[in-house]
Design a protein around this ligand. Structure first.
Ligand code: NAD
Length: 513
């Protein structure tokens, strides 16, 4: 193993063979099948991890249930103090954890470090939130009555996360849930278990230093089988799941069948609109980052570029120049812009999508091919593709989790472009480049973008943690991270108190006995 990674693994406590499950600092689950984790960067075996079996699952559930009464009785600002300490530890481990995110998942190092920074940011946000779990007070219609609402913890909650943000998505959920008084059971993607094990070890230190029950933060490594168990498990009042729309449909139905709550963060099919009034310099830079950054593996990746006919040829030519100069390679190397796809299967999926779009009439302008030769031995590197296409093509309507940007032409007014942008089943992120107020306000109006995120003069990807993150339609409707997303992790209770000596009924109803 390369020396920088070996040092990072040692600092983070990753061993060559790792247990499947953990409550705080206790590790168990060494009997399930062993899964090897290879880096998409160079194909090297990083370490192996046992998959959780039935016994490990039950142990985790029991630990979480035992810890919940202690944690919910801990005052919220004290819970916030524990989260503050997690943020401090994450600062300490930022370099090593960021490197491991990059090596295990494949995003370039500045993004790997950025992902850890996002964890630190949500810790800070959650600390403040811990003193602001506000409910409203209402004026009662009855004399000598008072009404108010309060928010209580839900219980043990399940967090299922995707490979592409292997640690940040967990922290968005877990840090808010923790200040809300919930205990968490995290099932990371089976493709990125090592970064999850590293996070669990970091959090465990804080639990121990504060003499808190181990079961407040739990980890369980497994594939969809464990995810399905969590969705069906009545002991988990909330399951927050991030991943493909297909996964979300399965989780949503299973949780819905038992009338539990699900928080779904699913696939996107995000578009940037470029109008004749755009600052093209900004638009091209934002498009390039949005389309090829993270090798097209963000839920907010720009997949469609809807360009007015007046500027279409110029945009196309400028993008072609950018695509020809992309530095593709080792994500740990400082100047790399595009790292690998997660695995060879993702490369095949990309190839199939390109074949399909060609068959539908699409025109591949540049890229798409897998890269071979020195530095590309893992078979996971591709050249990002730029394809002229039409919005209604079946391939364009789907989210292919790879760097394919579809160039779509529009004519006429902004409303035409907005209609194209909205004409997909997903509704995560959207952006408009224009300096014309009629266009920008139309895009943000009730008749504008139908997405959970709508931006002006910045791209579709790279959200800050302060806003509520999530999308509409097949993206699942969930909101995580900032604003009032914390409410998803609590149950609301309405309280009416009678401090009078009569018992008046609401709506003037009389009931004399
Ligand atoms: P995936 O759906 O294959 O897996 C995601 C997680 O769900 C994994 O932990 C997996 O083990 C689990 N899982 C799979 N099937 C399941 C089932 N039937 N029941 C329970 N759990 C199940 O997704 P992926 O390839 O890891 O990630 C890429 C996808 O995630 C893309 O579609 C991307 O857009 C989406 N994503 C969305 C957001 C968002 O916030 N909206 C963020 C990141 C990723």
């Amino acid at each position: 193993l390369r020396t920088d990674i070996a040092a990072a693994l040692q600092q983070l406590g990753i061993e060559s063979e790792n247990a499947a499950a953990s409550s705080g600092s206790e590790w168990f689950g060494m009997t399930g099948a062993l899964r090897e984790v290879h880096s998409p960067a160079d194909g090297a075996l990083i370490a192996s991890v046992h998959m959780a079996d039935e016994a490990a699952y039950e142990t985790i559930l029991t630990r979480a249930q035992e810890a919940f009464p202690v944690w919910r009785s801990t005052p919220a600002p004290v819970r916030g103090e524990v989260v503050r300490q997690i943020g401090v530890k994450l600062r300490h481990y930022k370099e090593a954890l960021g490197q491991l995110v990059t090596y295990e998942m494949g995003k370039v190092l500045s993004e790997g470090l950025g992902e850890v920074q996002e964890m630190i940011d949500i810790c800070d946000f959650a600390v403040g939130q811990s003193r602001q779990l506000y409910g409203l007070t209402m004026h009662s219609e009855r004399p000598s009555h008072r009404m108010y609402e309060q928010y209580h913890p839900l219980g043990p909650i399940g967090i299922i996360s995707a490979f592409n943000f292997p640690v940040a998505v967990w922290s968005w959920n877990a840090m808010l849930a923790a200040v809300c008084g919930d205990v968490c059971i995290w099932k990371p993607s089976e493709k990125t278990p090592l970064t999850a094990i590293a996070c669990q070890r970091i959090v465990a230190q804080v639990l121990q230093e504060n003499d808190l029950p181990e079961g407040i933060f739990n980890l369980i490594v497994g594939d969809a089988t464990i995810g399905k168990k969590m969705a069906e498990d009545r002991r988990l009042p909330l399951v927050s799941a991030t991943g493909s729309t297909r996964m979300g449909q399965s989780v949503g139905q299973a949780v819905g069948a038992r009338l539990g709550r699900s928080l779904l963060e699913l696939g996107g099919n995000n578009a940037i609109i470029i109008t004749p009034h755009a600052d093209l310099e900004l638009a091209i830079r934002a498009t390039a980052f949005g389309a090829v950054g993270t090798c097209g593996q963000r839920c907010t990746t720009t997949r469609r570029l809807i360009v007015h006919e007046y500027v279409y040829e110029e945009v196309k030519n400028r993008l072609l120049r950018v695509y020809e100069q992309l530095r593709i390679g080792d994500p740990l190397k400082g100047d790399t812009l595009v790292g690998p796809l997660i695995d060879r299967q993702a490369v095949e999926t990309m190839q199939r999508a390109l074949e399909q779009v060609k068959a539908e009439g699409g025109n591949v302008l540049v890229g798409g091919e897998p890269l071979q030769g020195s530095g590309y031995e893992s078979g996971t590197y591709v050249r990002p593709a730029l394809v002229e296409a039409e919005n209604h093509y079946a391939t364009v309507q789907e989210e292919t989790f790879a760097p394919i940007l579809y160039l779509i032409r529009y004519e006429g007014e902004i409303e035409k472009a907005i209609a194209l942008q909205n004409d997909v089943r997903q509704g995560l992120s959207s952006a408009l480049f224009s300096l014309n107020i009629h266009e920008t306000e139309a895009f943000l109006s009730h008749a504008g973008s139908d997405c959970g995120i709508a931006n002006i003069n910045i791209g579709t990807s790279g959200a800050e943690i302060g806003g509520a993150f999530g999308g509409e339609k097949e993206t699942g409707g969930g909101r995580e991270s900032g604003s009032d997303a914390w409410k998803a992790y609590m149950r609301r209770q309405t309280n009416t108190i009678n401090y009078g000596r009569q018992l008046p009924l609401a709506q003037g109803v009389s009931f004399d006995i």
